[in-house]
Design a protein around this ligand. Structure first.
Ligand SMILES: Cc1cc2nc3c(=O)[nH]c(=O)nc-3n(C[C@H](O)[C@H](O)[C@H](O)COP(=O)(O)OP(=O)(O)OC[C@H]3O[C@@H](n4cnc5c(N)ncnc54)[C@H](O)[C@@H]3O)c2cc1C
Length: 429
């Protein structure tokens, strides 16, 4: 395989990073203050802020508000190189990775490639369900929802129309809950105005969670409050019921019942996609890559894994740290410090996660926050959620756009992004 051209040999050591998400971009930001040469590889040329994907899917935000070009973030930086490429194989013996555009050697390799949706081996669901892991997924959901309502108008009977109105969301984690809440608000405040000929009282938004409660990572009280909020918005929440099959219209449930929906969004699990060249034994529970306390892949000397891909088992986190943005960013910061130490021959320091709490929003003024030693709900939780997300979005223009969108939507409940724009496909392609 040819080598990726136009990246000079490093004057010092080269760090190759796979993935420019939360962990990868934070790693680059910190590494820029060191003497390492940095090569960032990502299959997309932009960073995406996944916590707000559901707002793009629900026509609340434009895709560009939560995406940021990687080249723009690290413009005019010496010793930094970005290539839009998918990494297909790691070759630890040769200290090289293979990508869709060629190979590149590394002194240190960092796997920060995140996770993919887990269908737990159910091929039918994988084929027919919608996922929400990327901006493209979110646009696809947005278009499909709008298209379903347009199509629903073409039918004469309720029976024919019903599957186009119903929406099924699987997974009662933050993504499923936020999506369901947002859809509940759409149904209540927006859709009846856009489609006066359709009777949205007949539309049902179902949220299925196989476990005993929604938001299982949050405190019991917060989980109960979220359930109350969802019910207030008219969502049919069912816990202890798993979705077992979906053929594009019929949803099969673990209680033997079925229901009809043209749209099923799967947010019920994630897994790490296998990376060729890495020993199968390195992939632990959830497919996460087994690493030691300093995020070094077990058995390797110079390969590290951080963020959602990595699994550090500690006494406090025997099943690994939560797969959230804070862990990814804190792990990245610690790794930079450790790479500098390793270079200097100093003992690296194990990663220690500082848990700042968890939040989820169900709708306008309806949120829950579990902070260390303190839980609260309602308007103040919603305000805190909004501020934290606004501050975390990359780019001042994006912050302003999101703020303006949220401020207008708060008062008029009517986002104007319900546009069915599809990519053009050439004939025969
Ligand atoms: C819908 C949704 C809502 C969420 N809400 C929250 C929330 O409210 N709060 C919170 O803290 N966390 C939330 N999360 C989780 C959070 O987004 C993740 O924990 C975080 O993104 C992990 O960062 P990461 O860098 O490990 O992976 P990612 O941010 O996923 O980045 C991985 C990057 O790797 C790239 N990549 C993957 N494979 C390859 C390859 N083979 N070659 C090249 N590039 C590759 C991808 O393009 C991507 O840019 C949410 C996630 C989702 C999907």
């Amino acid at each position: 395989m040819k080598y990726i051209p136009n990246i000079p040999p490093p004057a010092t050591k080269r760090v190759v990073i796979i993935g420019g998400g939360f962990a990868g971009t934070e790693l680059v930001k910190r590494l820029l203050k060191t003497s390492f040469q940095i090569v960032l590889l990502d299959k997309n040329n932009f960073y995406q802020f996944q916590p707000l994907l559901y707002q793009v899917a629900m026509s609340g935000l434009e895709p560009s508000a939560i995406s940021f070009p990687i080249r723009r973030i690290f413009r005019h930086r010496k010793r930094f190189f970005f290539r839009m490429a998918e990494v297909t194989k790691v070759n630890p013996e040769k200290k090289e990775v293979e990508t869709t555009i060629g190979a590149i050697s590394y002194d240190y390799l960092v796997l920060a490639s995140g996770v993919t949706t887990n269908f737990f081996g159910n091929k039918e669901l994988e084929k027919k369900a919608f996922t929400m892991k990327s901006v493209s997924d979110a646009i696809f959901i947005r278009n499909s929802i709008l298209e379903n309502y347009e199509k629903a108008l073409d039918f004469e009977t309720d029976e024919e129309r019903q599957p186009f109105l119903n929406l099924v969301i699987v997974g009662g984690g933050p993504a499923g809950v936020e999506l369901a809440g947002s859809m509940g608000e759409m149904k209540k405040f927006i859709l009846p105005k856009d489609y006066p000929e359709l009777d949205f009282r007949k539309m049902t938004v179902h949220l299925f969670e196989a476990g005993p409660k929604i938001l299982s990572n949050m405190r019991e009280r917060s989980s109960q409050t979220a359930l109350k909020y969802l019910k207030k918005l008219g969502i049919n929440v069912q816990t202890g019921i798993a979705v077992q099959g979906y053929d594009g219209e019929n949803v099969t449930l673990s209680n033997g019942k079925t229901l009809k929906s043209k749209m099923l969004i799967w947010t019920a699990g994630v897994t790490v996609r296998r990376m060729n060249g890495l020993d199968e034994k390195l992939f632990g529970p959830g497919g996460r890559i087994l690493t030691d306390g300093i995020s070094k892949v077990k058995g390797s000397q110079n390969i590290f894994a951080i963020g959602d891909t990595s699994l550090i088992q500690t006494e406090k986190y025997p099943k690994g740290h939560p797969q959230v943005a804070q862990v990814a960013m804190q792990q990245a910061r610690q790794l930079v410090k450790n790479l500098v130490k390793i270079q200097k021959g100093i003992q690296p320091v194990p990663f220690k996660y500082t848990d700042k709490g968890m939040m989820a929003t169900v709708g306008r003024n309806l949120a829950i926050a579990d902070l260390p030693g303190l839980s609260f709900k309602g308007f103040f939780a919603w305000l805190l959620w909004s501020v934290v997300h606004l501050v975390s979005i990359m780019g001042n223009k994006n912050k302003l756009v999101v703020f303006l969108d949220w401020a207008t939507n708060y008062y008029i409940y009517d986002p104007s992004l319900r546009l069915l724009i599809k990519p053009k496909i050439r004939n025969g392609e």
